[in-house]
Design a protein around this ligand. Structure first.
Ligand SMILES: [Zn+2]
Length: 299
């Protein structure tokens, strides 16, 4: 395959910022999650409100930190990128809500059939277990999607941007959003996790999905072995297939278990994006990538 040659693509250089040794903005988000979740519980916020507020606050913080301490200045989103990401935010919010309705019905049906084995677990055990379990299905589907065929036609949309930053985590095909949502949530329902545990695990996974895309300088050092980081995930967006490992998002656990982990080694990929973009650009390209997997004739 010939590498995608977009004249507007930023020049890919290796990390240039030396202003941060540690990626403390990511650490600050992680440290802020427990008190945030506790405050939301005290305020009796619904799980949906907590997720929405936590996601938006984290995204705003990460995008501010990206501007202040970019890992690669060429990866800052332009106005066109933000318009695209905003459009996908709207589309996928509707998709997520529709998937949530089906899952709510499933939750009631499953609760009537299966005793909640995990319902009485301590949150100290249940939340990490729910996060690890919630990552397994999306990890398996993510690996499958990268093997090509219809799965790749759906997932390629997320890899199409030629910059990796927090907001383009939103740029994903709605079908991709749905399969992740179901693969993550159905095992939680079958095991009968407490709804509050599910809400906390969802918040952690959601916030991590933005943080691992954030274009913020600095490292998380030894924590790369335990949690998902931008250092790990940038490799996943490499145009070089052999480098595009690290299929997990919130935790590197399943990559380590199944041998698909590519550890950071002081630099990131030379170029990110995909090599098989449609021969169109701008909104026409995004429309085509949306339609091809679900209605090839309409594309
Ligand atoms: Zn991928």
């Amino acid at each position: 395959m010939v590498a995608h040659a977009d004249p507007k693509a930023p020049t890919m250089t290796h990390p240039t910022s030396t202003t941060l040794r540690w990626n403390w903005p990511h650490l600050a988000v992680l440290a802020g999650l427990p008190p945030f979740a506790w405050l939301c519980s005290m305020a009796a916020l619904s799980a949906a409100a907590m997720l929405t507020l936590g996601t938006l606050l984290s995204l705003a913080w990460l995008m501010w930190a990206e501007r202040r301490w970019p890992a690669r200045p060429g990866w800052s989103p332009g106005a066109g990128d933000l318009a695209r990401d905003g459009a996908f935010l709207g589309l996928n919010a509707v998709t997520d809500a529709a998937g949530g309705l089906v899952l709510a019905w499933l939750a009631l049906s499953i609760a009537a059939m299966v005793p909640g084995a995990a319902a009485d677990w301590s949150p100290w055990i249940a939340v990490p277990a729910a996060v690890a379990l919630g990552e397994l299905g999306p990890y398996a589907l993510h690996r499958w999607a990268h093997r090509g065929g219809w799965g790749w036609r759906v997932h390629a949309l997320h890899h199409a941007p030629v910059r990796v930053n927090a907001s383009n985590n939103l740029t994903a095909h709605p079908v991709n959003v749905l399969w992740n949502q179901f693969a993550r949530t159905v095992p939680w329902l079958v095991l009968g996790f407490d709804p509050l545990v599910i809400a906390w695990a969802s918040l952690f996974i959601q916030v991590q999905s933005f943080a691992v895309h954030a274009n913020i300088a600095g490292t998380l050092g030894p924590l790369n072995r335990w949690i998902g980081t931008a250092e790990l995930h940038r490799w996943h967006h490499s145009t070089v297939p052999a480098e595009a490992l690290n299929f997990s998002t919130a935790l590197p656990l399943w990559d380590q278990v199944f041998g698909t982990c590519r550890a950071p080694c002081g630099r990131g990929p030379a170029q990110v994006g995909i090599t098989d973009l449609p021969p169109t650009r701008g909104w026409a390209m995004w429309r085509k990538m949306l339609l091809v997997p679900i209605c090839p004739r309409c594309a």
